[in-house]
Ligand binder design. Structure first.
Ligand code: APR
Length: 312
């Protein structure tokens, strides 16, 4: 392939993202993890699936050697640990912060022109850490949250109305958490706003399920969090960038006054192309929607302050 992708963290999300990148022949893929053997083993397993899946993308896996990511066009960062029993949110934040810092430091050295797609949680805070550590311009640090949250909303809309998911379109703004802001007015089925098709009560129920989409999966899996849809979402963003598609997707991007918010990564519609986040699209919000976005921004700001407090 003429493009190169590095996926950091060869766990559930990372390995699934590597699989989708390779199967879509978007890039050759390097999987990097701190674990010995695991990235190499998963990469070899994926290569052995290639004759059956009919792709010629190369997948390599290495432990700790960031040299393998040299010159990568895109880097998807999924490294991190999930919350374990007895751990506070601060414990998780400080551990993942340390991991994100060490990963981006090394990536910035070997792939200084890459676009970073951040997946590790807590997402919006991790975007800040990656942005500050890498020193990359804001257009090349983008968080994956809105594509996943919108896909969940689309899934529930399609299930509710018994229509193809392909007919659905949805927009979810804000932080990746309880305060996310699904926008029913801009969510459509075959171009028809769902506000014309569903009662306010049913819409509220779908919005609620979307907000709790991550927790619903954790509750079922018990030993981890969602990974098929998160990997699909990260790869949709990677595809838009690698193919310079100029595709508008909801992503966490650094706002500098757009939507009245400053110096904060938060989910908004972004045009993705070869330059990464090439443009932040401003849509008109009602007072109620803007208030919900501000509320979400407050929650993200609090997390970012926690990052600063824990780094002090
Ligand atoms: N460098 C590289 N890889 C690391 C590092 C590090 N410093 N620290 C941890 N890892 C690796 C782990 O060894 C593990 O293989 O990150 C991987 C994480 O994989 P999983 O535990 O399977 O987690 P996953 O489900 O993939 O989620 C990854 O994405 O959706 C988010 O909340 C989720 O933050 C989590 C991340």
């Amino acid at each position: 392939m003429d493009k190169k992708a590095a996926v950091i963290g060869a766990g559930n999300v990372g390995a699934t993202a590597a699989m989708r990148l390779a199967e879509k022949e978007l890039a050759d893929v390097v999987l990097i993890d701190i674990l010995e053997g695991v990235p190499a083993g998963k990469a070899l397993d994926l290569m052995e699936a290639a004759p059956i899946e009919k792709h010629d993308a190369k997948v390599a896996g290495v432990s700790g050697d960031y040299g393998a990511a040299e010159g990568a066009d895109i880097v998807i960062i999924t490294a991190g640990i999930p919350r374990k029993p007895g751990m506070s949110r601060d414990d998780l934040l400080s551990t993942n912060m340390g991991i994100m810092r060490s990963v981006t430091e090394q990536i910035a050295k070997v792939a200084p022109e890459a676009v970073l797609i951040i997946v590790s949680n807590p997402l919006d805070a991790m975007c800040h850490v990656a942005y500050e550590t890498s020193g990359f311009p804001k257009n090349r640090v983008i968080g994956m949250a809105g594509v996943l949250d919108s896909a969940r909303f689309r899934t529930f809309i399609a299930m509710e109305l018994g229509v193809s998911v392909e007919n659905t379109h949805a927009f979810v703004l804000g932080g990746h958490g309880d305060t996310m802001v699904p926008l029913p007015r801009y969510s459509t089925v075959a171009g028809i706003p769902i506000t014309e098709l569903l009662s306010p009560e049913r819409i509220e129920a779908l919005v609620d399920r979307t907000r709790n989409g991550g927790a619903e999966i954790v509750g079922l899996l018990k030993t981890g969090s969602a990974y098929y849809a998160p990997a699909s979402a990260a790869v949709e963003m990677a595809e838009a960038i690698l193919k310079d598609k100029k595709k508008i997707l909801p992503c966490a991007a650094l706002l500098q006054g757009e939507y009245g918010i400053k110096d904060l990564f938060i989910g908004v519609p972004v045009k993705l192309g070869a330059g990464g986040a090439e443009e932040i699209i401003q849509i008109r919000l009602t007072d109620e929607e803007q208030a919900a976005l501000n509320h979400s921004a407050d929650a993200v700001r609090k997390l970012v302050e926690d990052v600063k407090r824990l780094s002090a």
